[in-house]
Write a protein that binds this ligand. Structure first.
Ligand SMILES: *[C@@H]1O[C@H](CO)[C@@H](O)[C@H](O)[C@H]1NC(C)=O
Ligand SMILES: *[C@@H]1O[C@H](CO)[C@@H](O)[C@H](O)[C@H]1NC(C)=O
Ligand SMILES: *[C@@H]1O[C@H](CO)[C@@H](O)[C@H](O)[C@H]1NC(C)=O
Ligand SMILES: *[C@@H]1O[C@H](CO)[C@@H](O)[C@H](O)[C@H]1NC(C)=O
Ligand SMILES: *[C@@H]1O[C@H](CO)[C@@H](O)[C@H](O)[C@H]1NC(C)=O
Ligand SMILES: *[C@@H]1O[C@H](CO)[C@@H](O)[C@H](O)[C@H]1NC(C)=O
Ligand SMILES: *[C@@H]1O[C@H](CO)[C@@H](O)[C@H](O)[C@H]1NC(C)=O
Ligand SMILES: *[C@@H]1O[C@H](CO)[C@@H](O)[C@H](O)[C@H]1NC(C)=O
Ligand SMILES: *[C@@H]1O[C@H](CO)[C@@H](O)[C@H](O)[C@H]1NC(C)=O
Length: 453
């Protein structure tokens, strides 16, 4: 919109401006999100610590640390896989299990827990008998994000490996690690043997160490996950009656002909039978019929304007009948987060992906036992908060949609935003301030500079 003034310039200038804009757009961070620009170092590190040797192998404790700021692994939990380098078998496991035993027919007497060359491991469920547990296990594969609950940002199990080496020279590290959460999205690097981990006893008076340690780093890419969006954003303000809804078909389209039953009406008498019908235990969303068809909508309402402050109300609505979102979180980017004064009824943490230079991004999540559970679709399926921002007179404006968020993520997934030209307008934008002129003037200068060269 700012470039409307370009028509006052002559044609070559317009062309140059166009090229410049194109250049700027092309050089901006990759839009494929091959990695996460808001959490550039985020990763899940899987560490294997060999704790003891056995006659034909070793016992290791495997721990997955979620070093991601806001992406957690929610139900139905992680699935970890790898390929053995030799002919190893798993004699037994504590705190997790292999999903398939595989062909153990050549064993007489003791039968291994798993004989597959490429085992897939899943966590045990809460309530597992104590003699089958170890610390940090048995949470149904759920791992919190590092910011939200660092105490629960790790998951461990113990594995007893046979037909393996029995010294740190003969043990071969497993290959081709895969992490599903539970769908695709993570890519794991090779295992790297490093310094043995040191363990300090609880009283802090003795240190022991692993016999051998290696670790694997897995990173997430939304591009790889190739998920259809799961969330969208709607906007409104006190200064304009228009409510800008989520873009139509943000997460899918209602199509009764080709895809009947893709959604259910909230007041449908068949809702209960649909919920208990086929797919009852699946994690595929069963959404309420809406124009956007998203399981989750985030609404941003610019609520009040004080002299030195302004106030926003955020409402998260769950349209998915099949999912209670536990430990949900929201990441929101808005320039005024550098001066947020109060966040009511949500937890808040500033994310500073590029050091302390820019902190325009906030992570918000529910208060434990109050609203950290976003209930399934229905009258209780929402969570709300209000934010109070202090105005900075140099940047603050209600003009040009400035008061609306730039980016919103729900549970680490990018939410579909309405197009900027649909944002609620400030009445009388014709009396615009002088600020909108600055950009075209800057462009003009740059263009002139180019011509001088
Ligand atoms: C993984 O995250 C940890 C913690 O932030 C960091 O120390 C480590 O360097 C990261 N690893 C990679 C390969 O990025
Ligand atoms: C293996 O153990 C020897 C001592 O027993 C140690 O010097 C060496 O660094 C270890 N190697 C690895 C890869 O841990
Ligand atoms: C690991 O995966 C790659 C590519 O998927 C494959 O070419 C290779 O054979 C696998 N290695 C093992 C040991 O399975
Ligand atoms: C993983 O191992 C590498 C190589 O030894 C080491 O540099 C890195 O610090 C380790 N990372 C973690 C999180 O233990
Ligand atoms: C699809 O069917 C529902 C009722 O089952 C109806 O409310 C909705 O309007 C229909 N949508 C279209 C696009 O026909
Ligand atoms: C969500 O939680 C409520 C209360 O804990 C429970 O009654 C309901 O069955 C749960 N719904 C789903 C889909 O898990
Ligand atoms: C912005 O970041 C700095 C340092 O990273 C932090 O001290 C400050 O509290 C942040 N500001 C807000 C409003 O969160
Ligand atoms: C927040 O706003 C106050 C008042 O305008 C200002 O003094 C302060 O420097 C601002 N803080 C940040 C981090 O921008
Ligand atoms: C409110 O915003 C819409 C754009 O979303 C615009 O069409 C409308 O004219 C605005 N209303 C007023 C009173 O400015």
């Amino acid at each position: 919109m700012e470039f409307g003034n370009a028509r006052f310039l002559s044609k070559p200038f317009t062309l140059l401006t166009f090229c410049l804009v194109l250049l700027i757009l092309l050089s901006s961070p990759s839009s494929t999100e091959a990695y996460d620009s808001l959490d550039p170092n985020g990763n899940i590190t899987i560490k294997w610590d060999i704790m003891s040797w056995t006659p034909d192998g070793y016992v290791a404790v495997v721990t997955m640390y979620n070093f991601q700021q806001y992406r957690h692994i929610q139900a139905p939990g992680w699935q970890l896989g790898w390929t053995w380098a030799k002919k190893e078998v798993i004699w037994s496991m504590v705190g997790a299990q292999a999903t398939e035993q595989g062909d153990c027919s050549k064993f007489k007497g003791g039968i291994p827990h798993c004989c597959k060359r490429d085992p897939t491991i899943v966590d045990l469920l809460p309530g597992t008998p104590y003699n089958m547990q170890i610390a940090n296990c048995c949470k149904a594969g759920v791992i919190s994000s590092f910011n939200q609950d660092p105490a629960n940002a790790a998951s461990s199990f113990q594995v007893s490996v046979g037909l393996a080496g029995t010294t740190n020279k003969t043990v071969k590290v497993p290959k081709n690690f895969t992490l599903k959460a539970p769908g695709p999205g993570y890519t794991c690097g090779p295992a790297k043997v490093g310094k043995p981990t040191k363990f300090v006893t609880q009283d802090g008076r003795r240190t022991t160490q692993a016999l051998m340690t290696w670790n694997v780093t897995c990173t997430y890419s939304q591009f790889l996950a190739q998920k259809t969006p799961t969330c969208c954003v709607s906007l409104s303000s006190f200064y304009n009656d228009t409510i800008v809804n989520c873009p139509t078909c943000s997460c899918g389209c209602q199509n009764n002909k080709t895809n009947p039953g893709s959604c259910v009406e909230g007041d449908s008498p068949y809702l209960q039978s649909t919920l208990n019908g086929p797919g009852k235990n699946s994690y595929a969303p069963l959404v309420q019929c809406t124009s956007h068809m998203c399981p989750v909508r985030v609404h941003w309402h610019v609520k009040l304007n004080y002299k030195n402050y302004w106030r926003v109300k955020i409402t998260i609505t769950n349209f998915n009948y099949r999912m209670n979102y536990t430990q949900w979180n929201l990441v929101v980017q808005h320039p005024n987060f550098d001066n947020v004064t109060t966040v009511f009824s949500f937890n808040y943490k500033a994310l500073t992906p590029y050091g302390s230079a820019i902190n325009d991004t906030a992570m918000l999540w529910g208060v434990k036992f109050y609203n950290d559970l976003l209930m399934a679709a229905g009258p209780l399926g929402n969570a709300q908060s209000e934010l109070l921002f202090q105005k900075d007179s140099n940047t603050f404006t209600f003009d040009k949609g400035w008061a609306f968020p730039r980016r919103v993520y729900f549970n680490g997934d990018n939410c579909v935003m309405p197009p900027p030209d649909a944002y609620p307008w400030l009445p009388n934008t014709a009396h615009a301030s002088i600020r909108p002129l600055i950009l075209p003037i800057m462009v003009l200068w740059i263009v002139l500079a180019f011509i001088m060269l």
